[in-house]
Design a protein around this ligand. Structure first.
Ligand SMILES: [Zn+2]
Length: 438
């Protein structure tokens, strides 16, 4: 019954019209979204049970009958992990002949491979198109996408999304920022889609040599701090909205709306869970692909730590939101201060002043106590008193529960200063390290 309603809605009410899809995202009651998800979850579980070797084996090991599975919890501790994807051949996961493959490289160097059908890429693009539309992108706009090429998926999905919106689009891989800057007047781009760090370099050129009128900037891929976001927005005088996704998810699974208060999730194509949440609700994000049939993922552990935003969004969209990702689960350190993530220290340190942007926080052990050591580079040659005072003040104001544990004596604070350019930068540099002996 629910399924029949959904099909009718999709065909008659929404069709391929992106504006209708956005209106629908605002009109759909939460209860109905959940019913549709539950229905689709049972269906994909039964589908994968009969066609996916990996999942069928997991079910058999645990003695679970797929026909009885209604909710994710019914699967107990059955998950699909990035390691499964890396270590097992593609045939373990494929349920039908694929039409496309994309890769994503983790820290280990070996790529994870994810296969799709054209219909699945189309669905992915439809939701990205809806998110772009919600953020003001309209036919007649001119978009440029500089997501990396090669085996990456994101540029293709953005290109297809622009096609659906009737928007001029160049998906050009990742050029030197200057190369694109020089072409801005010729192609009159007013929508830029790019990685955060690339955008910062691009904006530095524009700050020096002049900007062009942009309507909206969309960023996804690596981390964008509040400082970077403010900088890019100020240079261009345009809003910067963030997207969240991965190759496994087939591109984006969530995008901010104009309020910039968390990612609205694509709950028509995915079911999300937060597993092992801490008392504040932060835990690992887990997704099940509800509509993919080439290589469906049942409870895929995304390794990113976040939490659901409980309140409905003021923009009117009824799709749930998650907060910006706190960090990778493998970057999390459990200690006397609580569950620590690099993002916590980013928010404590970004406006402290007199320190370089390179830093590291280490958790050490001294006697029976944890020590949280800030390793910083002083930039102005004056003493560190102000720096330490500001770190303490920010920690207390922004993370009161972390500060409270300090006052209780559950850990000590320490500071160490290193010569400039000692601490590495870039994605591989570890910002939070656990140096306690096991
Ligand atoms: Zn919203």
């Amino acid at each position: 019954m629910i399924k029949a309603i959904q099909r009718t809605l999709e065909r008659v009410v929404v069709g391929d019209s992106i504006p209708s899809l956005v209106r629908w995202g605002q009109a759909m009651p939460r209860g109905l979204v959940r019913r549709l998800q539950q229905d689709a979850f049972g269906e994909v579980v039964r589908y994968a049970a009969s066609r996916q070797r990996f999942f069928a084996r997991k079910l058999a090991e645990k003695g679970i009958d797929a026909g009885r599975v209604r909710r994710p919890e019914d699967l107990g501790d059955i998950f699909t992990t990035p390691e499964d994807l890396l270590n097992l051949p593609a045939e373990e996961f494929l349920c039908r002949a694929p039409k496309a493959v994309f890769e994503t490289t983790g820290t280990s160097g070996a790529p994870k491979r994810v296969y799709f059908g054209y219909d699945e890429l189309h669905r992915s693009a439809r939701h990205e198109a809806a998110a772009l539309y919600k953020n003001g992108v309209r036919p007649g706009d001119r978009a440029v996408c500089t997501f990396d090429g090669g085996y990456w998926i994101s540029g293709w999905v953005t290109f297809l999304a622009c096609r659906m919106l009737g928007v001029f689009c160049s998906a050009i891989g990742k050029p030197q920022p200057r190369e694109l800057y020089n072409r801005m007047p010729q192609y009159r781009y007013n929508v830029v889609v790019a990685d955060p760090t690339w955008l910062v370099s691009f904006s530095e050129i524009a700050q020096k040599d002049g900007t062009y009128p942009l309507k909206v900037i969309m960023a996804a891929g690596d981390r964008m701090t509040d400082v970077y976001r403010r900088y890019v927005q100020e240079v261009w005088g345009a809003p910067l909205v963030l997207g969240y996704g991965s190759t496994e998810a087939g591109g984006g699974v969530g995008m901010e709306c104009e309020r910039q208060e968390g990612y609205h999730l694509d709950e028509y194509d995915f079911l999300f869970e937060i597993v092992d949440p801490d008392p504040q609700g932060y835990g690992e994000l887990v997704m099940t692909t509800l509509t993919r049939r080439t290589q469906p993922f049942i409870r895929y552990r995304m390794r990113d730590v976040t939490r659901f935003v409980p309140q409905p969004c003021a923009c009117g969209v009824t799709l749930s939101r998650i907060e910006p990702v706190r960090g990778r689960r493998d970057e999390m350190v459990v200690m006397g201060a609580g569950n620590m993530h690099p993002e916590i220290f980013e928010r404590v340190l970004h406006d402290v002043g007199d320190i370089s942007s390179h830093w590291q926080v280490a958790v050490r052990q001294q006697g029976l106590r944890d020590v949280l050591e800030f390793r910083l580079e002083l930039t102005n040659g004056v003493g560190p008193e102000n720096v330490e005072q500001n770190v303490r003040r920010n920690l207390e104001a922004r993370f009161p529960e972390v500060w409270a544990n300090h006052l209780c004596g559950m850990y000590e604070l320490a500071f160490r200063y290193l010569p400039l350019s000692t601490l590495g930068s870039g994605r591989k540099a570890r910002r939070l390290v656990d140096e306690r002996s096991a």
